[in-house]
Design a protein around this ligand. Structure first.
Ligand code: S3P
Length: 424
């Protein structure tokens, strides 16, 4: 699908966003293995999180949709009749594999073309250490055949910053004999740890070490998924870019392992105010007001790269319009996302006449650049489609985003919401 995005004068309005993708996956999986009924309000409408629900239903969980809420009756899982389809979702295949590795049956899980190219050795390694047996295409790519086996807990030092791998090991640890310890090189999003506690697991966290006690009995809960801050990021950047903008975003997730985005934007001069904050299910939720601002630019490296990994496509767009540009380092992980995002950002920028220098681990975008009208291919990557739709708002003429339907992987309402708040 091709979507035409015309230049806009400003961003104005009040929006509420669909539930956080990361949190929805975790609630969907944990509710399906917990005893009894869970209700998850504002569950993500994104295709990725629907893939998780479809997999859990194929594994025997009873799942009903009621307005924006999902009702799940959990319990023991059953052998699926067919290959589990994770679609485009790395979180689904990596986290669910941890659960599947410990079941009494064999299952197969795979996904679309993009997912089939994503690295799985990073989960096969620790799961094998726990006593699991997983076969993969070329030993490292989906589809995976997971022969369920009794597992034992391990003390695992994560070789890379990955919340998906951390979560995979912790979810396997739920079923293992003995405690499971995961040590992170840098802190990554902690939604699994928070959700595990909510569902009744005993878990201790000290700095970057997570200790899950064996023998957890999870029970169903009433939960709310906060609005997705990674989706909000596209509108934050759009509002910062366009003069005279004023946008309020209600009920967005402000978990400190995610909200580094706001600190980074504010450090560049962004006028963003947190209007109200409360806690639900251990997660912080608040309202944000953003107003257009002249931003200086900045450097994303080290732990900050891990904290902002999903926001980098949108931040690259802001960087090109900033005073001093944006430098991104330590971001080799971007090359193994839904697309090689360093390459797809570069390709889009070149189409729009925006300069960028790339390297294997990052890029530099000089500041004070203009966006020129162009046709830009999302390469089927949701965050690339949405980032370039935002760049198009600031361009010198209408732009066409090819493969715009990919936005629905995380945010099906993106283009409709953009049309509501973009003032032409
Ligand atoms: C996610 C973790 C990150 C992120 C992805 C969601 C999660 O991936 O990019 O969009 O929900 O745990 P990695 O674990 O591969 O860094």
């Amino acid at each position: 699908m091709r979507e035409t995005v015309s230049p806009a004068r400003a961003i104005e309005g009040v929006v509420t966003l669909p539930g956080d993708k990361s949190i929805s996956h975790r609630y969907g999986m944990l509710a399906s293995i917990a005893q009894g009924r869970s209700t998850i309000a504002n569950y993500s409408t994104g295709a990725d999180c629907q893939s998780t629900l479809a997999c859990m239903a194929a594994l025997g969980a009873k799942i009903e949709h009621q307005d924006r809420a999902v009702l799940i009756e959990g319990g023991s899982l059953q052998e699926p009749a067919a290959l589990l389809d994770a679609g485009n979702s790395g979180s689904t295949i990596r986290m669910l594999s941890g659960i599947l590795a410990a079941q009494r049956f064999t299952s197969r899980i795979g996904g679309d073309e993009s997912l089939s190219r994503r690295p799985m050795a990073r989960i096969i390694g620790p799961l094998t250490e726990m006593g699991g047996w997983i076969e993969a295409r070329d030993k490292r790519f989906p589809p995976l055949t997971i022969h369920g086996r009794p597992l034992h807990g391990i003390d695992y030092q994560l070789p890379m910053a990955s919340a998906q791998v951390k979560s995979c090991v912790l979810l396997a640890g739920l079923f293992a004999q003995g405690d499971t310890v995961v040590r992170e090189p840098v802190r990554t999003r902690d939604h699994t740890e928070i959700a595990l506690k909510e569902f009744g697991a005993e878990i201790e966290i000290e700095k970057r070490t997570i200790h899950l006690h064996a023998g957890a009995r999870l029970t169903g809960r009433e939960l709310v998924a906060p609005g997705d801050l990674s989706s909000a990021c596209f509108f934050l950047v759009a509002a910062l870019l366009l003069k005279g903008s004023n946008l309020v975003i209600h009920g967005v997730g402000l978990n400190p392992t995610r909200s580094g985005l706001l600190d980074f934007l504010v450090s560049m001069g962004a006028q963003i105010k947190v209007l109200e904050v409360h806690q639900v299910g251990g997660e912080l939720i608040g309202d944000l007001r953003v107003q257009s601002s002249a931003v200086t630019g900045g450097v994303i490296e080290g732990a900050l790269t891990a904290a902002l990994i999903d926001e980098i496509p949108a931040l690259a767009v802001l960087g090109a319009a900033s005073a001093n540009g944006l430098t991104v380092r330590d971001a080799g992980e971007l090359r193994v996302k839904e697309t090689d995002r360093i390459a797809t950002i570069e390709a889009g920028f070149r189409r729009m006449g925006v300069k960028i220098e790339t390297n294997p681990e990052g890029f530099h975008v000089p500041g004070r650049q203009e966006f020129h009208a162009a046709e830009i291919d999302s390469a089927g990557d949701h965050r690339i489609a949405m980032a370039f739709a935002v760049a198009a708002l600031a361009a010198d003429g209408p732009c066409v985003i090819e493969g715009a339907e990919s936005a629905s992987v995380s945010f099906p309402e993106f283009f409709a919401t953009l049309r509501q708040i973009a003032q032409t």
